[in-house]
Design a protein around this ligand. Structure first.
Ligand code: FAQ
Length: 328
């Protein structure tokens, strides 16, 4: 179902001697932490890498609304329902900032969305798993938003100005989302034995997919070397994954829940948790479109897009009328 739309064409980084004078000047600005802005000259590969990453990120926010949307009508209380709806709206807003950031690179939002719907571009693997119980909503906030923040806080310093600035508000909101998820888990973990079992079951199912969110191991990450040279990415996939494990394991301990990894243990020498192997076959299988929910997610997005056509048409007609009135 997925095919790679944008081949950045870069598999290894160029050293200064192989760069054109323009590329050298560009790299010097990146090295000096000067932000790249839309009208600045940039290497074509830099532009295409950003379009790939930002659109994948935007699509993830929008598709990420679906697993949670599944629980709006079944949230256990009115307060939980209101909080969940606000969170889902925030994710929609994040998608919109990110599509806007991508548009500054000369692509149209309609084209990006058409590529998502045709299965030509990726969105985060995590959103192809189902939300089976209310505890999954807690686990998404705690683990998925937790992983998203771990990755996105450094992106506030990414080299492309519009992307970095979009991240500032997104990170603030994601950190609220993470806390609301943890609070749901806390209630369940301190609730009846059945509620605690639900919380443990959600952790069991969401742990590995959350670790996969950070992308393949560094040795298999095709884009990392170039993206880090350009400061599109500030930290590597494995580095962020380790930070996430180190931060999250004590939180699970506090909840009285068990991280589903028999090899997990504190390594005093490294000052980090060691953890067991990740099932990368499952990750690549989900990327190929074979996760439990891939087909359903795209079908739902396409339907929402088609059902919303009249709203977009009405908004354009209204904008045209206003512009004509102003010109008259
Ligand atoms: N899922 O060479 P790398 C959220 C692909 S937002 C699917 O390491 P890169 C909010 C990768 O695209 C979550 N595909 O790639 C929320 C590449 O394929 P390509 C999204 C993945 O770009 C919370 C190939 O594997 N966040 O959750 C994944 O250097 C709750 C090789 O990988 C972002 O997008 C994956 N997990 O590093 C919403 C953050 N990982 O394109 C609702 C920005 C890798 O060549 C509820 N993105 N791939 O065909 C990034 O930081 C990076 O793009 C990485 C991947 C770290 C995701």
């Amino acid at each position: 179902m997925y095919a790679q739309m944008v081949d950045t064409g870069v598999r290894s980084v160029k050293d200064a001697a192989a760069m054109t004078p323009e590329e050298q000047a560009f790299q010097a600005r990146i090295d000096a932490d000067v932000k790249v802005e839309p009208k600045d000259w940039m290497p074509e590969h830099y532009r295409r890498t950003l379009i790939r990453q930002i659109q994948q990120h935007a699509h993830s926010e929008i598709v990420g609304m679906l697993p949670e949307g599944n629980w709006v009508t079944r949230a256990p209380t009115l307060k939980r329902k209101a909080i969940l709806m606000a969170k889902i709206q925030d994710e929609g807003g994040h998608g919109l900032y990110l599509y806007s950031a991508a548009e500054t690179l000369g692509v149209s939002r309609d084209d990006l969305i058409a590529d998502l719907h045709a299965g030509r571009v990726k969105y985060s693997s995590i959103f192809n798993y189902p939300t089976l119980t209310w505890a999954d909503i807690g686990a998404i906030g705690w683990l998925v938003d937790g992983a998203a923040i771990m990755n996105q806080v450094p992106l506030q310093r990414t080299s492309y100005g519009p992307y970095a600035r979009a991240m500032v508000r997104i990170c603030k909101e994601e950190s609220f989302h993470q806390r609301q998820g943890y609070e749901i888990m806390m209630h369940l973990a301190q609730g009846t034995p059945e509620q605690k079992r639900m919380a443990q079951d959600a952790l069991d199912r969401w742990w590995q997919p959350s670790l996969m969110m950070f992308g393949p191991p560094d040795a298999d990450s095709v884009h990392s070397a170039q993206s880090m040279q350009w400061k599109i990415k500030l930290l590597s996939n494995d580095e962020l994954r380790q930070r996430f494990v180190d931060q999250t394991v004590p939180q699970a301990d506090y909840l009285g829940l068990t991280v589903p990894d028999p090899q997990l243990r504190w390594n005093a020498e490294r000052g980090h948790y060691d953890f067991g192997p990740i099932d990368w076959r499952e990750f690549y299988d989900v990327l190929k479109g074979n996760g439990p929910c891939n087909r359903d997610r795209i079908r739902t997005r396409v339907k929402a897009w088609e059902d919303g056509a009249w709203v977009r048409e009405a908004a354009v007609a209204h904008a045209e009328k206003r512009a004509a009135r102003k010109a008259a």
